[in-house]
Write a protein that binds this ligand. Structure first.
Ligand code: ACO
Length: 216
């Protein structure tokens, strides 16, 4: 269980909070001393969940640590807690989702290499083992998509596990991956916008020609 010796309630005024390099929940308001305490607690939570995620994925070391987040300028960790109101059960942190953007060299469906800047990336995702397959992952992921204004088909996924592949297929119909030379997985539709804007340009061009033919 991801329970902690300290009270997590004031860190989670809502079930999901967003943490950036400040290591403070986005909902935080307070003085310097309170900020220091909150930072220490959030760091402990991120480190523990990062470790549990690494164990679940059988990795040698965690992908997510408070120190790595502190040093990043474009990564965000979403934390999900179950703060049981008035219950005997201890409050638990049940999930972590780390995202960020990266400039990547990618292959499109035709096998052509492209450099794409600021690609939305799913970097680490974990729901506590005792709470998986109950829809919590979907809740956390949806919150992130809404918050970041991201579209799942436009996301790349860093070394997805079988469970995550199943999750993306089930909830977002993502199935057909475009083969890549690196460890990121992207899906059919990732390059769709560029194609449709090419189509729009093409359409605009033929309309212009039509108008040109008609009036001159
Ligand atoms: N076996 C197979 N598929 C699974 C499993 C499992 N044990 N658990 C979840 N899934 C997939 C299935 O598609 C499942 O649907 P189903 O139950 O109808 O088969 C769906 O996810 C369930 O959706 P949610 O309940 O919303 O997802 P959940 O809360 O379980 O969270 C997550 C999904 C985060 C992948 C979770 O299973 C987990 O933490 N797994 C262990 C760590 C992990 O593999 N993380 C991804 C690493 S890769 C990366 O982060 C880039």
């Amino acid at each position: 269980m991801a329970t902690f010796e300290f009270d997590i309630r004031h860190l989670f005024p809502q079930p999901i909070v967003k943490v950036t390099s400040t290591l403070l929940p986005h909902t935080f308001h307070g003085q310097q001393q309170q900020a220091l305490e909150a930072t220490a607690k959030i760091s402990a939570i991120i480190d523990r969940l990062g470790e549990l995620s690494a164990n679940a994925q059988k990795l040698n070391k965690p992908i997510t640590t408070a120190q790595k987040l502190r040093q990043s300028d474009n990564q965000v960790v979403y934390l999900m807690a179950d703060v049981a109101k008035g219950s005997e059960r201890g409050d638990e942190v049940v999930g972590l989702l780390k995202i960020g953007t990266k400039d990547l060299y990618l292959f499109d469906e035709l096998g052509q290499a492209r450099k794409v800047d600021n690609v939305p990336c799913i970097l680490d995702f974990y729901i506590h083992d005792s709470r998986q397959r109950m829809g919590l992952g979907k809740k956390l992921f949806e919150t992130m998509l809404n918050e970041e204004k991201w579209n799942p088909v436009k996301c790349s996924v860093d070394r997805p596990s079988e469970k995550l592949l199943g999750f993306l297929k089930k909830h977002y119909g993502l199935e057909r991956a475009i083969p890549q030379a690196n460890h990121f997985v992207l899906y059919d539709g990732f390059f769709e916008h560029e194609k449709s804007s090419e189509k729009v340009t093409e359409l605009t061009r033929s309309r212009r020609m039509l108008m040109t033919n008609r009036y001159f």
